[in-house]
Design a protein around this ligand. Structure first.
Ligand code: ZN
Length: 82
């Protein structure tokens, strides 16, 4: 994974704007996000997120999101953050 690091006490997931994801082809979108029901279901879910007022999708299994969907940060002890 990324070799980037910083000295802050909190790590953050990167995030991608939903409108950028939705502009991708099915093939490219499928390379970035995965959904058990396929890329069309993923696309539908991204649109739903937009309807809920979210603007970005945080990468990885982020469990601490801001209302806009971005990562709100994780204490440094969380090693799963990438
Ligand atoms: Zn996060």
């Amino acid at each position: 994974m990324s070799k980037l690091s910083h000295d802050g006490p909190t790590t953050y997931h990167i995030h991608i704007p939903l409108h950028v994801l939705l502009s991708y082809s099915d093939k490219k979108l499928g390379e970035i996000v995965t959904h058990p029901d396929g890329v069309q279901a993923a696309r539908a879910e991204l649109r739903e997120m937009q309807l809920m007022g979210m603007t970005v999708l945080a990468a990885g299994k982020c469990d601490n999101k801001n209302p806009d969907g971005s990562c709100a940060g994780h204490p440094s002890a969380t090693k799963e953050a990438a």
